[in-house]
Design a protein around this ligand. Structure first.
Ligand code: NAD
Length: 355
């Protein structure tokens, strides 16, 4: 008999094509009438007609969201909240925009409506990571869980190929780690396997034809499930490595996840045989490591930390950081083995399951 604890996270999810047309009624449904719209500078142009369509419900826009939620950007956004008397935020974009909406909610409790346009999954997690003076601090609190998520697959059509692949693999990583989480449970494990399978079908189809709406839809659906996995159970070695290596060497978030994932799977495969088997079932393959490696090859994913700009001289520092305050992991975190993992990922060598 398996004992477990399952915590359901409350959020209202609207999924489909053209669902942005529901934004106005969702703002009203939430009892709000002064929305502050948030995006990165790159997505400001896409945001403008959305803001215009809201008429008087749009109180203002703030288009300076940035990766890793820097607190100085949050301070500026909070000034904008005050200035326009906002009573809710609309985060439009990937994890960077969502992170800013969460940072505002943390300080003001404003209602959040999120329109995700990548596969990061932050919109359904109670997690926020904020960066101050170059140090990123992550916390879990229900205060930052968005109330409403509007998935509109149409906005993902413009996601460039590389970001589609890396953001999609970032999502898969949430589900893989959920399968061997210390606090895993059958509901989230079922979701994780489905999510990996959906991503495994959708991503190659999108690489083949980025305008394939069915594949885009399946990827966004999979990304939602992967996000629920991330929000519901604890993450392990993979997320720790991405957090410290990405932070220490200023590497792109989703790319770092993409390179590390097969190596983290290889590290944990023997210690987490059920998770390994589930990944293999979901993707079709002999084992989790080879299935993830084959998917990466098929997608033309970035394969080495070296190619992302990490210096070879950083391998020891990365290993030191990875073993400090380690997350729980199915296989104990040992510096020698972790260093070997990082060195192999740096060079892009084939990942080999540990004994
Ligand atoms: P991102 O939000 O930084 O987006 C990357 C770039 O792609 C940006 O320039 C953005 O404007 C652009 N973009 C996004 N969607 C697009 C689209 N559909 N078409 C064209 N361009 C588009 O990247 P991300 O990977 O989504 O998010 C990364 C951030 O999210 C990191 O800070 C990470 O720590 C955080 N994150 C947080 C959680 C959480 O639960 N708290 C989960 C995952 C990621």
């Amino acid at each position: 008999m398996q004992s477990f604890v399952y915590n359901a996270l409350p959020s209202r999810v609207i999924f489909g094509s053209g669902t942005i047309s529901r934004l106005k009624s969702e703002i009203e449904r939430a009892g709000c009438n002064r929305a502050l719209l948030l995006s990165t500078p790159e997505q400001a142009e896409t945001l403008a007609p959305i803001a215009a369509s809201l008429g008087s419900l749009a109180a203002g826009t703030f288009t300076q969201a940035a990766m890793h939620t820097p607190t100085d950007v949050t301070e500026r956004a909070l000034n904008k909240v005050q200035e326009c008397g906002a009573d809710c935020t609309i985060s439009f974009g990937g994890g960077s925009s969502t992170g800013l909406g969460k940072a505002i909610a943390l300080r003001t409790d404003l209602t959040q409506i999120v329109v995700p346009t990548t596969y990061a999954g932050s919109e359904v997690t109670p997690i926020i990571g904020e960066t101050k003076n170059g140090v990123k601090v992550t916390q879990r609190t229900l205060k930052v869980l968005p109330e409403v998520v509007i998935y509109d697959v149409d906005f993902t059509l413009s996601l460039p190929q590389r970001l589609t692949v890396t953001s999609g693999t970032n999502a898969i990583a949430h589900a893989v780690e959920a399968l061997y989480a210390e606090d895993r449970n059958p509901v989230i494990s079922m979701m994780a396997e489905q999510a990996i399978a959906a991503m495994g079908r959708a991503l190659p189809a999108i690489v083949n034809d980025p305008t394939n709406l069915d594949a885009r839809s399946e990827a966004l659906y999979g990304a939602w499930l992967c996000g629920v996995c991330l929000g519901s159970v604890g993450m392990a070695l993979h997320h720790k490595l991405c957090h410290v290596i990405g932070g220490a060497f200023d590497l792109p978030h989703a790319d770092t996840h993409t390179v590390i994932l097969p190596y983290a799977m290889a590290y944990n495969a023997k210690a987490a045989p059920d998770a390994d088997a589930a990944v293999a079932r979901a993707l079709g393959g002999q084992d989790g490591t080879s299935a993830l490696t084959a998917l990466a090859a098929r997608l033309g994913s970035p394969r080495s930390l070296k190619s992302l700009g990490m210096p070879e001289s950083g391998i020891d520092r990365a290993a030191d950081l990875a073993v400090q305050n380690p997350y729980w992991n199915p296989k104990p975190i040992e510096r020698g083995a972790v260093r070997a993992l990082i060195a192999a990922a740096w060079a892009g060598e084939a990942p080999k399951p540990l004994n």
